[in-house]
Design a protein around this ligand. Structure first.
Ligand SMILES: Nc1ncnc2c1ncn2[C@@H]1O[C@H](COP(=O)(O)OP(=O)(O)OP(=O)(O)O)[C@@H](O)[C@H]1O
Ligand SMILES: [Mg+2]
Length: 230
């Protein structure tokens, strides 16, 4: 009988707690992410999804426990320098610069890794090929989101941290998002996505963050109460 050791998870949240603004967001959380896996973060507004993504990106430190990449604590300087090169980050701030064309806004990402030729196919896949030489101020909200998705493809990084990537996308855009997530995972990539909207991600793990505040009367409750309005 061979006693082969199970492979180390690529990314491991080991008993991680995380604070924001003096409040606990995560408490003793354990998650193992192997190559090709996906984690979906859900929870109410303010529950800490973005904070958790920021922690995984190294902007915030865990208040307890460790985030381990290949078994190494990502907060250690030597490790972080390597770890940050694994990350592709899509945030609500699109950081699209109006001084440059749509193409230039994407190509800048591919040049970070000196891997050329990825931007135009990425823009074409996102349905933006004909707008490549336009200035981004002419783009709609959903088209700007598609530019962000093209950047994910232009920069070849294995760990995707996606903060509400489906916001502003139409049905076709959502299908494209689902397709590129599935394709990235097929190649061994890891995807961690915070979302309020359902995104079809096969065999994903789910982590629902508890609400930050005890539930009082919600806006919906208030709107249901006519006597509150009159
Ligand atoms: N820049 C900041 N400084 C201090 N506290 C912050 C900051 N941004 C957010 N917070 C606090 O951290 C908590 C978690 O916020 P976070 O943005 O992570 O929530 P979220 O789950 O991503 O919410 P949403 O669904 O609205 O995107 C919030 O209660 C908020 O008050
Ligand atoms: Mg958020």
């Amino acid at each position: 009988m061979s006693l082969r050791k199970a492979p180390l998870p690529r990314l491991l949240l080991n008993n991680v707690s995380c604070m924001r603004n003096g409040h606990q967001i995560l408490r003793h959380t354990n998650v193992s992410l192997h190559d090709g896996s996906a984690l979906v973060l859900s929870g109410a507004n303010g529950s800490g999804k973005t904070t958790m993504l920021r922690m995984l990106a190294g902007f915030n430190r865990p208040s307890a426990g460790q985030v381990l990449w290949n078994g190494h604590d990502v907060t250690k300087a030597g490790v972080f320098d390597q770890y940050k090169l694994q990350l592709n980050w899509l945030s609500l701030k699109d950081a699209i610069n109006d001084k440059f064309t749509v193409f230039e806004n994407v190509v800048w990402f591919e040049l970070l890794d000196k891997k050329e030729g990825r931007s135009m196919p990425a823009l074409e896949l996102m349905g933006l090929g004909r707008l490549a030489n336009e200035k981004p101020r002419r783009l709609s909200m959903g088209q700007r989101k598609r530019v962000q998705l093209a950047r994910l493809l232009a920069l070849d990084r294995p760990i995707w941290l996606l903060d509400e990537p489906s916001v502003a996308l139409d049905e076709d855009g959502l299908r494209l998002l689902e397709y590129i997530i599935a394709d990235h995972r097929k190649k061994g990539g890891i995807v961690i996505v915070a979302t309020h909207q359902p995104i079809q991600i096969e065999d994903a793990m789910f982590l629902r963050l508890p609400p930050r505040f005890p539930r009082g009367m919600s806006h919906t409750d208030m709107l249901d109460r006519a006597d509150w309005i009159v």
